[in-house]
Every structure is written in structure tokens, then in C-alpha cells.
Design a protein around this ligand. Structure first.
Ligand code: ATP
Length: 358
């Protein structure tokens, strides 16, 4: 029997069946989207209390204390709903996003990309999942200048973490009735590092005879994904390739405003948008598509076993989008972000009144 790495450790509800969730608006569009979601939750009767954790992404020594408080909050609550911190290019500036994932060992990033009804895209049959190793690979922050003009950067691939993410992907496939896992790598060039990742994936695959397994080199995968995305089911891949593939796949299903992302560790689960954008360029324009953050929020509710509430919110989103009552500009409409939330809240209220959802 396989040991499940998926959906482990649902936090206990507090007195009265309420859950406390860390709320991290971060930068850019995250702030208005998260405020909208708080309102949707209130109007949906969701038994969740938020612990708001607010800092912006420009890192400095002083802020590290607040950042450590955020980590404590997420550790204590076990769940978080998160926007994205903007990270500057400055060499002294660290990414709080990367630090949070690394320090809390949120090792599995899982993003599902599925064509959304009535959102017109080149392919209408995309249904794939990217399971991305979230804590090592190229994101180790180990770079140095040996001599002027010569930079060395260290990518770390370990057997232990490769095995952990491979098992996660296969368990995910088993539990979600998926048929195939594809390992994506560049082992023909990075023979030791990606070679190890691929070898471990192959070994893990042997324990899952029910699931088909194949592998593909990242460059070919990128090409295949835009030409024949229907061939992919569950993809498992190291950190940086996962980042790039997630952005390609998001474009296939209608852009960064649609897919949500999940980050899972042992007993800690952080929900955010699938492509983790802070959207600084549109932060003040009131045009961001709130669907990816809303789906992150409903995934959080399902994780807390509040699927009735998740279903309520999702069916209301589905109704207002597919009937064109609310549709932001990125998916062919002209509804603003704030109008979208207003329409959604009205829909939720109407639905609750009809169905008496408590
Ligand atoms: P960062 O890492 O700081 O988020 P980035 O370059 O990875 O930067 P963004 O610039 O935030 O990503 O986003 C990429 C593009 O996607 C931008 O043009 C942004 O406006 C757009 N975008 C991101 N999220 C949304 C959304 N929810 N709705 C509409 N457009 C979005």
C-alpha cells in the first residue's frame, strides 16, 4: 500500500468548527484580490478566520523579523492563502517567496491546468498537472563571482528530494485517477544532476505499475506542450523547468488569471495563484482577473474539508463567467476586478438564499 504524501495533516478546527488561516496579501494585485476573497468568504458563511500577515517584498534586515513572524503564523495554522511578493533584481535582495517555501520545506508545487469552458484558446482540451520540486535545483541562491567576470551558480539535486517529489507525483496520480506521469529533465546535458533526478523517477515508477511512465527533455517538452498538450497528464520536474512549464501551460488555458497553485509540505499547505505573479504593472488598474486567487481559496477550503463552501463559490464563479455576467479583460470581457467581486458576492447571496447553505 502506498503511503500518501498528498493532502496530509489537515489542521484541526478550533472551537465551533472554525479554522484559522494565515493571509499573506504580499505585493501588487495580491492585496486587492485577497481583500475581495475575504468578502466572498464572509458572504459565503465560510467558517474561516484569517490571521493577516502583511509585509511588502523589498527585503531588508529589519523586515526579517516580520518575515519570521509570518513563518511562525503559517507553521502554527498549517495553511495560508498567499499573494506574491515582488522581488527586485538587486543582488542583496532575497525573494521572500523562495525563502518561505524553502524554510517551511513546502516541497511540492502542484498546479492543475485545465481548459476553462467559454474561455477561447488555441487548444480546448488541456488537462495536465505540473508537480514541481519547490525547494532545491536552481533556486538554492548559491551564486558567487570567482574572479571578475566569472560567475558560478550551484544547482543542487539530491536523491532524497527527487525521490520525495517523484513519490508525490505518483501518489497524486493514483489518488486523482490520472493515468501517466512524465518526468521532464535535461539529463542529456546535465548528466549528473538531472541524470540523478531521472534515475530516481524511473526507480519510483517501478513501484506504481498502475501508472504509465515516460520522460522527455525540457526543450522538446516546451515544444510539445504548445503543439500537442493533450499528450501530458501529470508532469514531474525540477524547480526551474517547473516554473517555465507552468507559465507555458497557463498561457494555454487562458493566462495567469485562471490556474491556482498549491504548495505542500508536511502539515503545511500554502495556496496561491498558479504562476505566482505580483502583477505590479496592473496593480492600480483594477483589471486583474481574480479567478486564480479565488480557485486558490476554494482549493484551501477543500483542503480544510469545507467542500460544500468550495462548491458554492466555484459554481457561482462558473455561472457568472460562463454567462458573461462577469469576465475580466484578459479573458475577453470588460468587468473590473472590483465589479467581479461585487457580482460574485451577489450571486453567492442569491444562491445561499435559494439553497439555505449555512
Ligand atoms: P513577479 O515575479 O514580480 O510577479 P513576473 O514578471 O513573474 O513578476 P508579473 O509581471 O507579475 O510576473 O505578471 C506577468 C504578466 O501577467 C503581467 O503582464 C501581468 O499584468 C499579468 N498578470 C498576472 N496576474 C494576472 C491576473 N490575475 N490577471 C490579469 N493579468 C495578470
Amino acid at each position: 500500500k502506498h503511503v500518501s504524501y498528498y493532502n496530509s495533516n489537515i489542521p484541526d478546527a478550533t472551537y465551533g468548527g472554525r479554522h484559522t488561516v494565515s493571509l499573506i496579501p504580499a505585493d501588487g494585485i495580491g492585496q486587492s484580490l485577497i481583500m475581495g476573497i475575504v468578502e466572498v468568504f464572509q458572504n459565503s458563511g465560510v467558517p474561516v478566520d484569517f490571521e493577516e500577515c502583511y509585509i511588502t517584498g523589498d527585503t531588508n534586515e529589519e523586515k526579517m523579523k516580520s518575515f519570521n513572524d509570518i513563518k511562525t503564523s503559517v507553521l502554527r495554522n498549517g495553511t495560508a492563502l498567499k499573494g506574491n511578493w515582488a522581488t527586485s533584481m538587486g543582488i542583496d535582495s532575497k525573494s521572500y517567496n523562495v525563502l518561505l517555501r524553502h524554510d517551511l520545506d513546502l516541497y511540492a508545487n502542484v498546479v492543475k491546468f485545465k481548459s476553462y469552458p467559454t474561455v477561447i484558446t488555441r487548444h480546448s482540451n488541456v488537462d495536465l498537472i505540473v508537480v514541481r520540486e519547490n525547494t532545491e535545483g536552481e533556486y538554492t541562491n548559491l551564486e558567487h563571482e570567482n574572479i571578475p567576470g566569472v560567475i558560478e551558480m550551484i544547482k543542487i539535486i539530491t536523491k532524497k528530494k527527487s525521490e520525495r517529489i517523484a513519490k508525490y507525483a505518483f501518489n497524486y496520480a493514483m489518488e486523482n485517477n490520472r493515468k501517466k506521469v512524465t518526468a521532464v529533465h535535461k539529463a542529456n546535458i546535465m548528466k549528473l544532476s538531472d541524470g540523478l533526478f531521472l534515475k530516481v523517477c524511473k526507480e519510483v515508477a517501478e513501484s506504481y505499475p498502475e501508472i504509465d511512465f515516460n520522460d522527455i527533455i525540457i526543450d522538446n517538452c516546451a515544444m510539445q506542450m504548445v503543439s500537442k498538450p493533450e499528450q501530458f497528464d501529470v508532469i514531474v520536474t525540477p524547480n526551474l523547468y517547473g516554473n517555465v512549464l507552468s507559465n507555458i501551460a497557463a498561457a494555454l488555458v487562458g493566462g495567469p488569471g485562471l490556474p491556482h497553485g498549491e504548495n505542500h509540505g508536511n502539515g503545511i499547505h500554502v495556496f496561491e495563484s498558479g504562476t505566482r505573479n505580483s502583477g505590479m504593472d496592473i496593480a492600480t488598474k483594477n483589471i486583474a482577473n481574480p479567478m486564480s486567487m479565488l480557485f486558490a481559496a476554494t482549493a484551501l477550503l477543500r483542503h480544510l474539508q469545507l467542500s460544500k463552501h468550495a462548491q458554492l463559490i466555484e459554481s457561482c464563479i462558473h455561472k457568472i463567467v460562463t454567462t458573461n455576467q462577469a469576465r475580466t479583460v484578459d479573458i475577453g470581457g470588460n468587468t473590473s476586478t472590483s465589479e467581479f467581486f461585487e457580482i460574485l458576492v451577489k450571486e453567492v447571496e442569491a444562491y445561499r438564499y435559494k439553497r439555505k447553505v449555512q
